[in-house]
Design a protein around this ligand. Structure first.
Ligand SMILES: [Mn+2]
Length: 269
C-alpha cells in the first residue's frame, strides 16, 4: 500500500483562507489526513506558503502552482500518491506540470466547463478558464511559468458532471476533442473510461466539489463515479478544489468533499 501526501493549498487567487481558499483548511480540520491514512498512519501533510506581496493574481497563482509542482514531484519521488486540497481549479497546472503529460489523461469532474478563455469569458474569472489553460487554449504564460511544457491531449480528456456551461464555452467545447458528459447523461462513463485506458497509462483526477451536492450529482453517485474511475485506470494525482465553507451552513458540502476523499482512499495499488 502506498501512502498519501496531502498537499494543502488554502488560497483563493492571492488570498489565504478566504472563500474557497478556506476550504483546504476546513477539510484538514475535518480530518482529511486521517481519511487518507494508510495502515493506520495519516497522510503526510505538506503546507503551501503564502507568497509575499504578489504584484498580480497571476503572480500569486504562478507562485502557488510552482510550490504544488515541487510538492507533487517530491511525493512521487517518495512513491507516495499526491492529493492536493486547493481553493482554485487553476492549481491543476501545478499538479499537471509534475506529471508525464504525454502519457496521462485527465478526468475532470465539475459542474462547470472551466473551458473559457479571456475572450469568451463573461466574468473574466480565472478558474472558469482552468481546463482551457491546461489544454493550451489560453494563459500560455501561466503554463510556461509553471513549466507545463507538454500540453495534455484534448482527446484524452473527459469532462464529467457538468450542468452549467456558458454559451460560448459550450461552442468551444463542441469544437474541441474533449469528451463532455452532463451530470444527467453519465450512462456511458464506463465505456469512456475503457476507451481512455487504451490511450493513456494513467490519469490525473480533478475534483471540483461543485459537481456534487445540492443541484448536482447526488453524493452516492459522485462517490460511485470516483470508484469507477479508479477501478478502471491508475490515478497518479488528485486535486480537490472549490469547497467554500463560508457558504456551507449545514456542512452538506463538507460531507460531500470528505466523502469523496474517502473514496480516493480506495485507490488501487
Ligand atoms: Mn466548478
Amino acid at each position: 500500500m502506498r501512502p498519501f501526501t496531502l498537499i494543502v493549498a488554502p488560497f483563493h487567487l492571492g488570498l489565504e483562507n478566504v472563500g474557497v481558499g478556506a476550504g483546504p483548511t476546513r477539510l484538514l480540520e475535518a480530518g482529511a489526513d486521517q481519511i487518507l491514512s494508510t495502515r493506520g498512519m495519516p497522510a503526510q501533510v505538506v503546507h503551501m506558503r503564502a507568497i509575499g506581496n504578489p504584484v498580480t493574481d497571476l503572480d500569486a497563482v504562478t507562485d502557488l502552482n510552482r510550490q504544488i509542482r515541487h510538492a507533487v514531484m517530491q511525493a512521487r519521488d517518495e512513491d507516495s500518491i499526491p492529493v492536493t486540497l486547493a481553493g482554485n481549479c487553476i492549481t491543476c497546472l501545478g499538479t499537471l506540470s509534475a506529471l508525464d503529460t504525454a502519457r496521462i489523461g485527465i478526468v475532470w469532474l465539475d459542474a462547470h466547463g472551466d473551458f473559457n478563455t479571456p475572450e469568451s469569458s463573461v466574468t473574466g474569472y480565472l478558474d472558469g478558464m482552468a481546463l482551457a489553460a491546461a489544454l493550451g487554449h489560453c494563459h500560455d504564460e501561466l503554463r510556461e511559468r509553471t513549466a507545463l511544457d507538454t500540453v495534455p491531449a484534448e482527446l484524452n480528456t473527459l469532462l464529467l458532471g457538468v450542468r452549467d456551461l456558458d454559451a460560448l464555452e459550450e461552442e468551444r467545447l463542441a469544437q474541441s476533442l474533449v469528451t463532455v458528459r452532463p451530470h444527467d447523461r453519465l450512462g456511458d462513463t464506463q465505456e469512456l473510461l475503457d476507451a481512455l485506458r487504451e490511450r493513456v497509462d494513467a490519469v490525473y483526477l480533478h475534483v471540483d466539489v461543485d459537481f456534487t451536492g445540492p443541484g448536482g450529482l447526488p453524493r452516492e453517485m459522485a462517490c460511485g463515479l470516483v470508484d469507477h474511475i479508479q477501478q478502471t485506470l491508475p490515478v497518479v494525482a488528485v486535486n480537490v478544489t472549490n469547497y467554500n465553507p463560508e457558504v456551507d451552513g449545514g456542512g452538506v458540502m463538507l460531507g460531500c468533499a470528505a466523502g469523496l476523499l474517502g473514496r480516493v482512499r480506495e485507490l488501487p495499488r
